[in-house]
Design a protein around this ligand. Structure first.
Ligand SMILES: Cc1ncc(COP(=O)(O)O)c(C=O)c1O
Length: 391
C-alpha cells in the first residue's frame, strides 16, 4: 500500500556504513534504517548470532522460557537498573504496554479514576491507536478518530505548564528524552528533573520513550543515563537487535508486579533470533567501547555541522540533538526534502524530520573520515542547489 514516500532506489546489500543499490551504486548511510543499525549493516557478530540461533531454535512461544530472551532480559535489567522486562516486536507496541501498565498500576492501587496519559506537544509514540492517542502531531492523527480517550498534552520543556497539567488524574507522564520525529529536540534536563519530582509528588509514573534516542544513540546505553533522571518505565526498540524486529518495556521494582499472567502478551515478543541478535549487539557495544566513540564522533559531527551552518547561514540554522541523533534545521525557501534528494544523488543517505529538518542518525560505528565525507557531500549539495535557478 502507498504508506511510504519511498525514494526511487532499491537497496540490495549493506556493509558497515555503506549500502548498495540494484544499480551497483554505493551510498554512505547517515540514517541507519532510521536509527536502527547501530553497528552498521551485516555486522559479522550479529549475522553469526542470527545464524547460530536460527539453527538451534526459531520460535517456541511465551508458553515456555527460552534461553536468549531470558539472558537478554537479565542483561537489560542489569545495564538499566530496572527490575523487569517485557518483550514485544516494535516501538509502538512497547508504548502500548507502558500505557496499559500505567493504568493497571493505578487500578491496583484502588485509584481507578487515575487514567490520563499525559504526553508532550511534538511527541511521537507510534501509530497503533493507543500510542497514536499519545502522539500530538495532527499529521499522524487526522482521519483516525475517534482515538481512545484519556490522553492529554503539555508543552514540551515547559515546567510551569507541567506543574499545572500533571494532576491527580494522571496515571503516567510519557516523554521522549530527545524528541525524534518532531525535528530532534532534546529535553532540558530541568524539565526531566521536574517531571521526576512531580510524578513522585503526585503519584504518576514517569515513562521515557527511548525508542529512537536510546540504545546508545545519545551516548550511554540509555538516554536517561545521560540526563541523570531515572524513569519508572523505559521503552526501547529500533536499534535493540540492530535490524531485527524487537521492542521492550523495562520497569522498575515498584511496578514490576503490576501485570499478572493474562494481563498482556505477544506471540512473537522476545523471539529467540532477535533476542540472540540483541545480545550480540550488547556484547559488541562493550568490545568497541561505543559510548566513548559516540561522544568523540558526536563532537566532530556537531563541529563540522556548525561550520557548515555558518558557511550557509541562509540555508541552515545551528544543528541540535544529542550524541549521534542530530537535526539540521533548514530555512525556507530551501527544503529538507530537496536537500535529502540531492544528497542521495551524490551517494549520501540522510533522513528528514518535522519542522523542515535534516535528520542525521549514522551507525554508531561511523568513523571520522565518513563524517568528514558526509558533511563535504552536504556542502556540495548546497553549493549546487544555490547555483541552480529557482524552480
Ligand atoms: C520515539 C518513538 N516512539 C515510538 C516509535 C514507534 O516505533 P515503531 O515504528 O517501531 O513502532 C518511534 C518510531 O519512529 C519513535 O521514534
Amino acid at each position: 500500500m502507498p504508506t511510504y514516500n519511498r525514494a526511487p532506489v532499491t537497496i540490495v546489500s549493506g556493509h558497515g556504513c555503506e549500502l548498495v543499490d540494484s544499480e551497483g551504486r554505493h551510498y554512505l548511510d547517515f540514517i541507519a534504517g532510521i536509527a536502527v543499525c547501530a553497528l552498521g549493516h551485516t555486522h559479522p557478530a550479529i549475522t553469526e548470532a542470527i545464524e547460530a540461533q536460527a539453527r538451534r531454535l526459531l520460535h517456541a512461544s511465551n508458553l515456555y522460557s527460552h534461553e536468549p530472551s531470558g539472558t537478554l532480559a537479565r542483561e537489560l535489567a542489569r545495564r538499566s537498573g530496572m527490575a523487569r522486562v517485557f518483550f514485544c516486536n516494535s516501538g509502538t507496541e512497547a508504548n502500548e504496554a507502558a500505557i496499559k501498565l500505567a493504568r493497571k498500576a493505578a487500578f491496583r492501587r484502588n485509584e481507578a479514576r487515575r487514567t490520563t496519559i499525559l504526553a508532550c506537544t511534538g511527541s511521537f509514540h507510534g501509530r497503533t491507536l493507543g500510542a497514536l492517542a499519545a502522539t500530538e502531531n495532527p499529521k499522524y492523527r487526522e482521519g483516525f478518530g475517534p482515538l481512545p480517550n484519556g490522553f492529554a498534552f503539555t508543552a514540551f520543556n515547559d515546567v510551569s505548564e507541567l506543574e499545572r497539567n500533571l494532576d491527580d488524574r494522571v496515571a503516567a507522564f510519557i516523554v521522549e528524552p530527545v524528541q525524534g520525529e518532531s525535528g530532534i529536540h532534546p529535553a532540558d534536563v530541568e524539565f526531566l528533573r521536574a517531571a521526576r519530582r512531580l510524578c513522585d509528588e503526585r503519584g504518576a509514573l514517569l515513562i521515557f520513550d527511548e525508542i529512537q534516542c536510546g540504545m546508545g544513540r545519545s551516548g550511554p546505553l540509555f538516554a536517561f543515563q545521560h540526563f541523570g533522571v531515572r524513569p519508572d518505565v523505559v521503552t526501547i526498540a529500533k536499534a535493540l537487535a540492530n535490524g531485527l524486529p524487537i521492542g521492550a518495556m523495562l520497569v522498575s521494582e515498584h511496578v514490576a508486579q503490576t501485570f499478572e499472567p493474562g494481563d498482556h502478551g505477544s506471540t512473537f515478543g522476545g523471539s529467540p533470533v532477535p533476542a540472540a541478535a540483541a545480545l550480540a549487539h550488547l556484547r559488541v557495544r562493550d568490545e568497541l567501547d561505543l559510548e566513548r566513540r559516540v561522544s568523540e564522533r558526536s563532537t566532530q559531527l556537531f563541529d563540522a555541522l556548525r561550520e557548515l551552518a555558518r558557511r550557509h547561514a541562509d540555508v541552515f540554522d545551528a544543528p541540535r540533538g544529542l550524541g549521534l541523533l542530530v537535526g539540521l534545521p533548514v530555512r525556507t525557501p530551501f527544503e529538507a526534502k530537496t536537500i535529502q534528494a540531492a544528497a542521495r544523488e551524490r551517494g549520501l543517505l540522510v533522513g528528514t524530520a518535522g519542522g523542515n529538518t535534516i535528520r542525521l542518525a549514522p551507525p554508531l560505528i561511523v568513523d571520522g573520515e565518513q563524517i568528514q565525507r558526509a558533511v563535504t557531500l552536504l556542502d556540495d549539495c548546497i553549493v549546487t542547489l544555490k547555483s541552480e535557478p529557482p524552480g
